[in-house]
Write a protein that binds this ligand. Structure first.
Ligand code: NAD
Ligand code: UGA
Length: 445
């Protein structure tokens, strides 16, 4: 099948590459010239495990190409995915300007029947706006060409994007036309080997499904963060509680890890957008407002622990003159994405309180530099380099290399053996045995 994917970001590049891998001819389009020129040279703009090999192979075999020429890509393709960003507007609602701009471009250039697919996360009703934008352009050209608009939200997670796309739990297709739904099914059939779960529904329900899924996952995290905070106060252990509740098959274990709050380019913006959508139709989504508020508060829990600890020595300026080593900057492991990363809130607060911050991250240093500049120092190589002479270690992202570190080296490097762990990586009892003061989330020593 001939496909074009407009917007070559996390979703567009992964989707385009995976569709090429399953034998289709795919053109990835972007307005960012530098990105497209880089991709033509095999330079991958993001860190995503396994992506580079797939891009290189499919490009070499001629199934995957990159261009800034949207008109030519649309003319050559039957299925046209819109995978541009939908960032939050000032009021929290999803900003659809890029989606609509692409829809107009499609209408301006299409020559025969086209399927226009909303892959971006967009509020209920967007497919109608996309349809209208395409139609207005066709009318302006004075041509009558048929087209269909489909909603096909994406559920991949960064860091596991290729696997999520190739072996999805489900694929949701919102289509009002049976013929178009069949074409979409055909396109996804190579990825239906793990679970044959391709769910076809009406367009508006598909649009809502995406927000409902992210909002549900965000709700689980905020719920668990509050349970963790309560565990600390009640001297219970949240890890045991997670085991205890997760074993109930109605609850399950996933997405119940407490931590420093959820981040990333999607949960925060999608929760806000759904609250806004509800508001627009006169409904108060009180639960989601609380989910968001709890998440904001959770981002300061680790810093509060540091402040409380150092207040014992200096109550008025507890962190002034202290050096804090931070492990992990990206919003989650296996990505270099810093969008809405809790590390930004945590480090900014440490700096405000007069601390010096040194940070390590295996992949996100380049992105973090765009945010912090030279206000902090970085290491992308050894996680131990930044520890020398630091007063404490704070763990913010659970990269694998932090899970089983050389504790002797940590102890020798820090001025005192104290670790603040925002991701519950270590066994509380063992840390005590090997001589660390250890503070984590929802677990007391
Ligand atoms: P991104 O910012 O990484 O990429 C968007 C790309 O679109 C950019 O490269 C930008 O230059 C390009 N673009 C913008 N306007 C354009 C135009 N008019 N023509 C061509 N290209 C244009 O965004 P992303 O993270 O890939 O997210 C895209 C959408 O997918 C969002 O709605 C997001 O909510 C959703 N989503 C993201 C993820 C994720 O893990 N990142 C997962 C599921 C869904
Ligand atoms: C999330 C969803 O998991 C994807 O299904 C969805 O497609 C995507 O958003 C999207 O719409 O963009 P992603 O943001 O890449 O994917 O990463 P997640 O693994 O979901 O993590 C999001 C945040 O939640 C991270 O900050 C992570 O640390 C946090 N989290 C996750 C927890 O604090 N606890 C958990 O148990 C799980």
């Amino acid at each position: 099948m001939k496909i074009c994917v407009i917007g070559t970001g996390y979703v567009g590049l992964v989707a385009g590459t995976c569709f090429a891998e399953s034998g289709n001819t795919v053109i990835c389009v972007d307005v960012n010239r530098e990105k497209i020129e880089g991709l033509k040279e095999g330079i991958i703009p993001i860190y995503e495990p396994g992506l580079k090999e797939l891009v290189l192979r499919n490009s070499a075999e001629g199934r995957l190409s990159f261009t800034t020429d949207l008109a030519a890509a649309v003319k050559a393709s039957l299925v046209n995915f819109i995978a541009v960003g939908t960032p939050p507007g000032e009021d929290g609602s999803a900003d659809l300007q890029h989606v609509i701009a692409v829809a107009r471009e499609i209408g301006r250039h299409m020559e025969g029947f086209k399927i226009v697919v909303d892959k971006s996360t967009v509020p209920v009703g967007t497919a109608d706006k996309v349809r209208q934008a395409v139609q207005e352009e066709l009318d302006a050209r004075g041509v009558g060409i048929e087209f269909d608009v489909v909603s096909n939200p994406e559920f991949l997670k960064e860091g596991a994007a290729i696997d999520d796309f190739m072996k999805p739990d489900r694929v949701v297709i919102g289509a009002d036309n049976v013929r178009t739904a069949e074409i979409m099914k055909e396109l996804y059939s190579p990825f239906m080997r793990k679970t044959n779960r391709l769910i076809v529904m009406d367009v508006r329900s598909a649009e809502m499904t995406k927000y409902a899924a992210n909002a549900m996952l965000a709700t689980r995290i905020s719920f668990m963060n509050q349970i963790a905070n309560l565990c600390e106060r009640m001297n219970a252990d949240v890890s045991a509680v997670r085991e205890g509740i997760g074993s109930d098959s109605r609850i399950g274990y996933d997405f119940l890890f407490p931590g420093v709050g959820y981040g990333g380019s999607c949960f925060p913006k999608d929760v806000k957008a759904l609250v806004k959508t509800a508001e627009e139709c006169g409904y108060d989504f009180a639960l989601l407002k609380a989910v968001e508020e709890v998440n904001e508060r959770q981002k300061s829990v680790l810093t509060e622990k540091l402040i409380a600890y150092f207040s014992r020595e200096n109550a008025t300026a507890p962190l002034a003159g202290r050096t804090i080593a931070v492990w992990g900057l990206s919003f989650k492991p296996r990505t270099d994405d810093m969008r809405e990363a809790p590390s930004v809130v945590i480090i900014s607060r440490l700096l405000e309180m007069g601390a010096t911050v040194r940070a390590h991250d295996p992949e996100a240093v380049r992105e973090a530099r765009k945010i912090f500049g030279d206000r902090i120092t970085y290491s992308g190589s050894s996680q131990y380099d930044i520890l020398s002479g630091a007063d404490a270690l704070a763990i913010v992202t659970e990269w694998n290399e932090y899970r089983n570190p050389d504790f002797d080296r940590i102890r020798e490097s820090l001025t005192r053996p104290v670790i603040f762990d925002g991701r519950n990586l270590y066994n509380v009892r063992r840390m005590k045995e090997i001589g660390f003061e250890y503070f984590s989330i929802g677990r007391n020593a």
